[in-house]
Design a protein around this ligand. Structure first.
Ligand SMILES: [Zn+2]
Length: 168
């Protein structure tokens, strides 16, 4: 059996920046593999296209350029905001105002948005709303542990059930 649409795939991977010797971003090991429904969408298209046709036991090693992953870094997604918005009960939330701290904010519509504190000034704070992996070329390497047919229910729901998937 090889990887194609509507198969449930289990795999391990190491995600690094740029190449096999780049900075480690994430490790997924065999005891808790990444399990997904191939072709269901939601994953980076190039991640799936690089895995298509692989068999159980196959290893993989490929790069996805930033533009095809989480996008290029966007300078316009950086914004200065007044320090006042970090006043909580009349006190400045100093613990939030550290460079590289990731904070949750609400936008005008009440949606939760994530931002990285890029710079803390006297009166203003520079927030970075880019995805944490924006501008990063991704390098994946790993091994295919298992491939099986999705059940009718999984196909209906569009996701995997059981270990590594949804429990409901
Ligand atoms: Zn389900």
């Amino acid at each position: 059996m090889s990887i194609s649409k509507n198969k449930v795939v289990s795999l391990t991977y190491e995600l690094r920046e740029d190449n096999i010797s780049g900075d480690l971003i994430e490790v997924v090991k065999a005891d808790q593999p990444f399990v997904f429904l191939f072709g269901a969408g939601g994953l980076l298209p190039e991640f799936e296209s690089n895995l298509a046709g692989k068999m159980i036991g196959s290893s993989f090693d490929f790069q996805i350029m930033a533009a095809n992953a989480y996008g290029e870094f966007d300078e316009s997604a950086m914004e200065y905001v007044p320090k006042d918005i970090f006043m909580i009960d009349g006190k400045l939330a100093e613990d939030l105002l550290e460079t590289d701290k990731v904070i949750n904010l609400r936008d005008q519509d009440g949606h939760l948005v994530r931002a990285r504190v890029a710079e803390v000034g006297e009166a203003e704070v520079l927030l970075d709303f880019n995805h944490p992996l924006a501008g990063v070329n991704l390098h994946f390497s790993g091994q295919i542990l298992d491939i099986r047919d999705a059940t009718a229910e999984e196909l209906d729901h569009g996701h995997v059930h059981g270990p590594g998937g949804h429990h409901h």
